[in-house]
Ligand binder design. Structure first.
Ligand code: NAP
Length: 481
């Protein structure tokens, strides 16, 4: 790099990262670790609170996973990093504004919307996507008022992934156990009054094709007062599935745990999770404007075009009564203003992390994507670290050929000027930490990791109140840039 190149002392590269969840933080971390890169990074986030999926998606009874926020907090403490929460890309700040102030932009917006089943009755009252239900128990401000109907004894959860497992656990676990977590207060109160006794999980393919992981499956067996009901006949494998089990350790381990659950045939616990395989919902049956039952079709496995096995209906149907259906059939990203989007894969159009033009397939100069918006919602939190590294590699490769912004737009203070105009109630990292402290302190008295504030207005009011008492000032511009 010559001295006039971007990313040097004379022209520190200005980088905006949209989304302060795992992908945003891992991208930041990978950039900060570059020994020869001189950069300053601004993280923009929709909610005042950072951490995305870790705060709003990871189940509250998985506190150890949430411990990763300590790493993110260390990353945010780097003087080259600023945080602007409560700023929504596309509405509060536009694509063209970011292009004006940043040499490189990374979209790390995750996958916040739900996939659909595409069956009759899907939108009837009492049918909810996992995005909403998970958001509700995690204190996601958009779902505080969801009020799911827990007055019926049976809930149907569609899907065989880890999100379905999370939901089944939260619905059946003893509320006193959940009361030790950071579950949203409104959800805890509702779960305490819940009349749900049975969660039926519907997997459209067989046990060998289930998407859940063995640790989560084993965890079912540790739930106090909950029977795990698996019919041994459902674990009989066709030839292809048996071959899969022989060569794939995860599949073999899952089957071993499932078999251990079949050993118990007396089910006297007050709550149960029934795991069913090779069944798909074909219709949600409505009565008096609400879901009353799910019609399911029994499936068989047939070869698909990619060498795998897909579910095919057999024409044999069954009706299961229920008052609540939760579809945990996967998440999807949503299009961002001014950013090419692939409607078939629900991802930002990209090649290996570089955003590409929809027509030409050529990279859009200075624009990148990381995390679920790149590749779809797969893998665990740590998976984002790997593709953040790949995205950063592309960013570094491009630097020598990037024209970059006008040097008179390079002063980081200009971004704060812009935000004071278009989003005056943006939230800085210090301000988030004031809110964080309040949440944690509220938790201490209840022996909980934190008590979440679950509305944006209350978040802002809490910050304002804390700022007054602590005389906190908005000093966001790092000293070294
Ligand atoms: P997922 O792992 O992709 O699972 C989706 C499930 O829905 C699959 O069983 C899929 O079946 C099924 N499905 C899809 N469309 C369907 C339809 N139309 N009808 C019936 N079933 C349908 O997605 P996820 O559970 O949302 O999880 C997203 C990612 O987050 C995953 O990588 C997951 O491991 C991760 N996660 C991890 C944890 C954890 O580590 N504890 C917790 C939560 C989430 P097919 O296989 O047949 O397509």
């Amino acid at each position: 790099m010559d001295s006039q190149s971007l990313g040097t002392d004379t022209r520190p590269v200005r980088i905006a990262i949209v989304g302060a969840g795992p992908a945003g933080f891992y991208t930041t971390e990978a950039l900060l670790k570059q020994p020869n890169l001189v950069c300053s990074i601004d993280l923009f986030n929709h909610f005042p609170t950072p951490f995305g999926l870790v705060r709003e998606g990871v189940a509250p009874d998985h506190q150890s996973i949430k411990g990763v926020t300590r790493i993110y907090t260390r990353i945010a403490a780097d003087p080259r990093v600023r945080y602007f929460g409560n700023v929504t890309f596309g509405t509060d700040i536009k694509h063209e504004q970011l292009k004006h102030y940043y040499d490189q932009i990374v979209y790390a917006v995750g996958a916040q919307a739900d996939r659909r089943m595409g069956i009759p009755g899907e939108d009837v009252a009492g049918s909810l996507p996992a995005t909403a239900f998970v958001g509700w128990y995690n204190g996601h401000p958009d779902y505080t008022h969801l009020d799911p109907d827990l007055a019926h004894e049976r809930v149907i959860v569609v899907g065989n992934g880890n999100v379905a497992m999370d939901i089944a656990r939260i619905l059946t676990q003893a509320p006193d156990e959940l009361a030790k977590t950071d579950i949203a207060d409104h959800a805890l109160a509702k779960l305490r009054a819940s009349r749900v006794r049975e969660v039926v999980m519907l997997g459209r393919r067989g046990p060998a094709q289930a998407a859940f992981t063995t640790a989560e499956l084993k965890e079912f067996g540790t739930l106090q007062g909950v029977d795990i009901v698996v019919d041994a006949a459902q674990l009989e494998l066709d030839l292809h599935s048996a071959a899969l089990a022989a060569e794939d350790k995860l599949v073999a381990n899952n089957l071993a745990v499932l078999r251990s659950y079949t050993a118990k045939t007396e089910h006297a616990a007050t709550r149960r999770i029934q795991m069913r395989f090779l069944v798909s919902p074909s219709e949600l049956v409505e009565q008096d404007g609400r879901v009353a039952a799910v019609r399911i079709e029994h499936n068989q496995l047939v070869a698909d075009d990619y060498g795998g096995l897909r579910a095919k209906g057999t024409g044999r149907f069954e009706l299961i009564e229920t008052g609540l259906v939760l579809r945990a059939v996967g998440y999807r990203s949503i299009p961002l203003q001014g950013v090419p989007f692939d409607e078939a894969t629900f991802t930002i159009m990209n090649i290996a992390g570089r955003v590409v033009h929809p027509m030409t397939g050529e990279p859009v100069a200075g624009e990148y994507v990381a995390g679920w918006a790149t590749r779809g919602p797969t893998g665990v939190i740590g998976t984002n670290k790997l593709d953040a590294a790949a995205t950063v590699t592309a960013m570094l490769e491009d630097l020598p050929n990037l024209t970059g912004i006008d040097d008179n737009q390079r002063d980081p203070a200009l971004v704060e000027d812009m935000l004071r105009e278009c989003k005056p109630d943006y939230v800085t990292w210090n301000e988030w930490q004031l809110l964080d402290r309040v949440e944690v302190e509220r938790g201490v008295t209840q022996n909980r990791p934190r008590v979440k504030v679950t509305s944006v207005s209350e978040m802002l009011a809490t910050i304002a109140q804390q700022r007054t008492t602590s005389a906190e000032h908005r000093t966001t511009t790092p000293a070294n840039v």
